[in-house]
Design a protein around this ligand. Structure first.
Ligand SMILES: C[S@@+](CC[C@H](N)C(=O)[O-])C[C@H]1O[C@@H](n2cnc3c(N)ncnc32)[C@H](O)[C@@H]1O
Length: 307
């Protein structure tokens, strides 16, 4: 079972209470939603989304005791505003985005996220559409593969791996790719060299960084004034996007510094709720090692976006 990361911090910062309404944009195994629903009893409502239809089915079973206080929708979070409006859930008190993948997805060999056991090289969150990781690396030119490995995984030997992939393809299974990377790797460390390669491919397959940017904009759109957005990320590329987004939306003037007076009339849309990024306690990391790379940022909406 996936253990929700920064669980207490999410509750403390989103402050669920009776009658309030939330969007859990990444319901996963439903751990955070369960907390939001329990703390907003007897009538708080959670609209829970996930891009993975299997996660939605799992969460539906887990959260069934909350009956019509929970609305589950299989959708990607960049569609949040549309899904919220269709479900009468615009102007919500809080939005949670807990990025990445769940322990259940990682442990399921058929999903292709892990190279611990053999499985199809899939890596799609939504298994009903789009290209798999195998489709991608079996069709792309060498340069494109190297670019993905470098940009999304900061892989040092990206060109070397890309060349080997092109030479050895078709590559259809997780172990086939992991073994190829291991054979080509020139560094021996504690972390398997395929870890970053798998991370990079997963980000590319799901277009995770662009989707995150659109998801953040959608989240601001659905919040009421005073509502809060909490985002938990697990690697620096995601955290950087969240940090920049909050910083940009908190600025009051976006004129170039050489302008003598403000010409833009921009106003801050959010305020950062804390100064430093929120990280799990030592006790949490001990109890759940997967939480060690988690970073949470929270912003409060203070004005409507003017378009
Ligand atoms: C870390 S898990 C969430 C765990 C959850 N908070 C819990 O307590 O069980 C991340 C979830 O986000 C989902 N996900 C990834 N990208 C998504 C997207 N663009 N839109 C919606 N859900 C997404 C994944 O399918 C996965 O179930």
């Amino acid at each position: 079972m996936h253990i929700p990361v920064l669980y207490q911090e999410v509750i403390d910062y989103l402050k669920p209470s009776a009658g309030s309404r939330y969007i859990d944009a990444t319901v996963g195994a439903g751990g955070h939603s369960l907390g939001l629903l329990s703390a907003s009893a007897p009538d708080g409502i959670v609209l829970a989304l996930d891009r993975d239809p299997m996660a939605i089915e799992f969460a539906r079973r887990r959260l069934q005791e909350f009956k019509d206080r929970v609305i589950l929708v299989n959708a990607s979070y960049e569609q949040m505003a549309m899904v919220a409006s269709r479900n009468g859930m615009s102007g919500v008190d809080g939005v949670l985005m807990d990025l990445g993948l769940s322990s259940g997805q990682l442990a399921d060999n058929d999903r292709g996220f892990s190279f611990q056991e053999d499985g199809p090289l899939d890596m799609r969150f939504d298994t009903s559409r789009g290209s798999t990781a195998a489709d991608l690396i079996n069709a792309m030119p060498e340069d494109g593969i190297a670019d993905i490995l470098r940009r999304y995984g900061d892989v040092r030997d990206s060109r070397r791996y890309a060349r080997a992939i092109v030479r050895e393809r078709p590559i259809d299974s997780t172990l086939q790719l992991a073994e190829l990377v291991m054979k080509e790797s020139r560094v021996r460390g504690k972390i398997h060299p395929a870890t970053r390669v798998f991370q990079a491919l997963r980000i590319a397959v799901n277009d995770e960084l662009e989707t995150l940017k659109e998801g953040l904009v959608a989240a601001l759109d659905v919040l009421k004034i005073g509502g809060r957005l909490a985002v938990i990320s697990f690697h620096s590329l995601e955290d950087r996007i969240v940090k920049h987004f909050i910083r940009e939306q908190s600025r009051d003037c976006v004129c170039p510094p050489e302008y003598p007076v403000c010409m833009c009339d921009a106003r801050p849309i959010v305020r950062a709720v804390h100064r430093k990024v929120i990280r799990p306690s030592e006790a949490e990391v001990q109890n759940n090692p997967r939480s060690r790379s988690a970073r949470m940022r929270v912003a409060e909406k203070i004005a409507e976006v003017v378009v």
